[in-house]
Design a protein around this ligand. Structure first.
Ligand code: CDP
Ligand code: MG
Length: 140
């Protein structure tokens, strides 16, 4: 398996509930390495650009409102098969359907407020990492 990079967000609902450390522990315990990380608050344009692929979906407006409702922690994660492994660690989009032991099963509140984001493939991983990080911020 190749070493890959993926992009992660600890979403506003999880930051607000004080879960940054718990989620980062699940990430690093799984073997993923943090290459870069920062806490930030997205503005509307940034969040709309990030979720542009969903702009025709009925939930888009609420999703953007939620993603700018408070700070998030964005990170670039690296490891073997990182993209798929992190998707598995997050669990299903709807926390009610997420397997036990996943981040969303443990900490997700609803299909929208589901604690975390992870890239869904190599192209999105590359684009998403570059959307939030300059090369000189990937220091890990
Ligand atoms: O995040 P993931 O890739 O698992 O799901 P997605 O289908 O790419 O949707 C992106 C995000 O939109 C989800 O993580 C949810 O926060 C939100 N969403 C929502 O609010 N309502 C839905 N019916 C589906 C997704
Ligand atoms: Mg997605």
């Amino acid at each position: 398996m190749a070493i890959e990079r993926t992009f992660s967000i600890i979403k506003p609902d999880a930051v607000e509930r004080g879960l940054i450390a718990e989620i980062l522990k699940m990430i690093t315990d799984s073997g993923l390495k943090i290459k870069g990380m920062k806490m930030m608050r997205m503005d509307r344009a940034k969040a709309e650009g990030f979720y542009a692929v969903h702009k025709e979906r009925p939930f888009f407006g609420e999703l953007v409102d939620y993603m700018i409702s408070g700070p998030v922690v964005v990170s670039c994660l690296e490891g073997e098969n990182a993209i798929e492994n992190y998707r598995k660690l997050m669990g299903a989009t709807n926390p009610a359907q997420a397997e036990e032991g996943t981040i969303r099963a443990a900490y997700g509140m609803s299909i929208q407020n589901n604690a975390c984001h992870g890239s869904d493939g190599p192209d999105t991983a590359r684009t998403e990492v570059a959307y939030f990080f300059n090369d000189d911020e990937l220091v890990g």
